[in-house]
Design a binder for this molecule. Structure first.
Ligand code: CA
Ligand code: CA
Length: 323
């Protein structure tokens, strides 16, 4: 025991010094926003998503079926997915691949993403429920991605923002729900609240009952998650690395979906040019990159607990025929 204390006296200061240095290096590395990322994550995949120019009349009723014809000759790329393993809350891993196809008609761009999922999770009302979802991510502006020009394929980096399009299965359900949003009684049909047992509740609580602003903080704050009649199934967001995800004021993306034979098919669509400086803009004849994530509600995926691709995927827009 005495020998141990002698050693501690002799080497303790050096040991503490090493610990301090390691902690400092870790913090510095984290500040760069690339903590623990492998070098190959900064090398885009070789396979390119070719976004074909297709002339077609956009259907009035935009559904997966009505867009099928436009996308039928588009070449798909397979995106390998894995669990998210870098930022808390991490996890996922139940979906290991997705197929992405895309076309444009000179005005709008359409991305079709499909993946196998044995469970349709289109409600997230109860605290123990989580939704299925998929997100596409694009760098903002013109960027080069390489091991020399590092750009995180996870959530972007500080000074290297990304635009994210997050489709949510429960938002799709809200589109057809009465009142424009699925409320608690949809999940709990026999629920009652304190007001309903008061014989004079309507008069007594009139102010409260008629005031969404008082009763629903999310609605009064215009939080998209709480808002009925959003008119869209996709949230348009930005990020500059882990922990910076921010919903946009200018929502520009929509999507339709189909769940059939244990498979989700989601088609995102947006104008090539959205006139929003916080959005990716698509130019026929030019290239950019995309990356993606998938959530499986049945496995309690939410937030950072998801299935991700760890590389950027190049995408190239075909020129318009008469360009
Ligand atoms: Ca699912
Ligand atoms: Ca936008």
């Amino acid at each position: 025991m005495k020998k141990f204390y002698r050693l501690l006296r002799s080497y303790g200061v050096a040991l503490l010094g090493c610990l301090f240095l390691s902690a400092t290096l870790c913090v510095a590395e984290e500040a760069e926003g690339v903590k623990g990322m492998a070098e190959e994550e900064f090398t885009p995949t070789k396979e390119v998503l070719n976004v074909k120019f297709v002339e077609f009349d956009c259907p009035k009723d935009v559904t997966v079926c009505s867009l099928e014809k436009a996308l039928k000759d588009a070449e798909g790329v397979q995106v390998k997915l894995q669990k998210q393993d870098k930022a808390f809350p991490n996890g996922g891993g139940s979906v290991n691949a997705a197929e992405v196809k895309a076309v444009h008609d000179g005005t709008a761009i359409y991305f079709q993403v499909s993946w196998d999922d044995a469970t349709k999770n289109a409600q997230a009302i109860a605290t123990q429920e989580f939704r299925d979802g998929v997100a596409l991510m694009f760098p903002l502006g013109k960027v080069v991605v390489s091991t020399d020009e590092k750009f995180s394929p996870r959530m972007g980096d500080r000074q290297k923002p990304v635009n994210l399009w997050h489709w949510k299965a429960d938002w799709e359900a809200d589109m057809v729900a009465s009142g424009g949003i699925e409320e608690c009684p949809v999940r709990y049909p026999n629920m009652h609240d304190d007001f309903s047992t008061n014989p004079h509740s309507v008069n007594y609580h009139k102010g409260l009952m008629q005031s969404a602003a008082v009763l629903a903080g999310g609605v009064s704050a215009h939080n998209l998650l709480s808002m009925p009649n959003r008119g869209r199934t996709v949230e348009d967001l930005n990020a500059e690395g882990f922990g910076t995800l921010t919903s946009q004021d200018h929502q520009d993306v929509n999507a339709c979906s189909k769940y059939e034979n244990s498979k989700w098919t989601v088609i995102f669509y947006r104008l090539l040019n959205s006139n929003d400086p916080l959005d990716v803009q698509f130019v026929p004849g030019e290239s950019t990159y995309f990356n993606m994530a998938v959530w499986n509600g049945d496995k309690e995926d939410r937030n950072g607990q998801k299935n991700i691709s760890t590389q950027w995927h190049p995408l190239a827009l075909e020129r318009i025929a008469w360009q």
